[in-house]
Ligand binder design. Structure first.
Ligand SMILES: [Zn+2]
Length: 345
């Protein structure tokens, strides 16, 4: 079968690899029908050191179950399933506390660990009962792009909004105009934010953000962005800040625009060592929270809104490619020519 393998920064290939197969009795095998390239895949695309044998890429997918191990109970061959970016047993103490990304038996797809990547024709899914979620649609449903975002970006934007404690009528600010930032706008609107300030500068993404519910756009960066948000908020800043980038500058901006008593929800994979502003965050009673989103837990919540058309996160996909064109998809996202690339193997 074909799969995407990254060998070093800038070197991503689609190659023939041994067919995915069941190993554990708790595994399922899925034929991938939709996958995509994630903003977080761009970090290794830019920085990865050479790795012999390479790393199998991709952690977002919808697929059709083709086989299951003898202990799998909740999915069966033929089911159309969405796969969260982390696998989890669904039964341990931390899964019961709604944090499957910290599952004691869990792990992540496409990071070179126990599980392979989803930018492929097929994939072995460990702990299928805890991980996969069967969707009540056919494999070519028109809602596929939006359903695919339940794998990661919509759940992650929702997590940012929850961690930032978005509430009705409050002011939310979203740092980052990537797919997660745009889903953060959807999530903030969905939770009732009265104003949503998007910090971003790409015209196409700004237009989409406005469609999703952004009320104000800040195109400045760094100190100027902080000043601009303060101007927009009577000098106080936003109640809720969704940090959806993960760079040091984005985090610093987030800390600079949160108002006293407010919260920062961070979901960008951090590429900084420390969160600064120990003094100001203390004296202003700032909450900082967030991490990898427990998207498996959020599917139940978000799915009806997608099925009933209240939210359309699938609009973040602006390019569709076949498996062989995946390397070009990485390039297009890296150069910001594409917002998010959907893969139809
Ligand atoms: Zn668990």
């Amino acid at each position: 079968m074909k799969a995407t393998v990254m060998y070093r920064a800038g070197d991503v290939r689609v190659e023939n690899v041994p067919d995915a197969r069941l190993i554990e009795p708790t595994d399922a095998l899925i034929r991938i029908t939709r996958a995509c390239v994630c903003g977080s895949d761009l970090w290794p695309y830019r920085e990865m050191a050479p790795l012999a044998g390479g790393r199998r890429m991709g952690h977002e997918a919808i697929g059709v179950v083709s086989d299951v191990g003898k202990d799998v109970r909740t999915v069966k061959p033929g089911d159309v399933v969405v796969m969260p970016f982390a696998y989890s047993d669904g039964t341990c103490e931390l899964c019961h506390e709604a944090l499957p990304t910290s599952c004691v038996h869990g792990g992540f797809f496409g990071v070179g660990g126990q599980a392979d990547g989803a930018q492929a024709e097929a994939l072995r899914v460990p702990l299928a009962d805890g991980t996969l979620y069967a969707l009540p649609v056919g494999q070519d449903d028109a809602l596929m792009p939006s359903l695919l975002t339940l794998s990661d970006v919509m759940g992650t934007g929702h997590h940012a909004a929850l961690c930032a404690r978005v509430r009705e009528h409050a002011i939310a600010a979203v740092v980052g105009d990537g797919a997660v930032g745009l889903c953060g706008v959807i999530a903030a609107k969905r939770l009732g934010a009265g104003r949503i300030i998007l910090l971003g500068r790409h015209p196409g993404r700004i237009a989409l953000a406005k469609d999703f519910g952004a009320t104000d756009i800040v195109t400045e960066r760094g100190e100027e962005a902080i000043e601009r948000v303060r101007e927009l908020t009577h000098g106080f800043g936003a109640h809720s800040v969704l940090e959806c980038v993960g760079s040091g500058q984005a985090m610093q901006t987030a800390m600079g625009i949160v108002r006293p008593g407010g919260a920062v929800g961070r979901v960008g994979v951090p590429h900084y060592e420390a969160i600064t502003a120990g003094g100001p965050t203390f004296f202003n009673n700032i909450t900082v929270s967030g991490g990898p989103a427990p998207v498996r837990v959020y599917i139940e919540d978000l799915l009806p809104d997608i099925l009933e058309g209240r939210i359309e996160p699938g609009r973040v996909f602006d390019r569709t490619v076949g498996l062989d064109e995946v390397p070009g998809g990485y390039g297009a996202m890296d150069e910001r020519k594409a917002l998010k690339v959907l893969i139809k193997p």
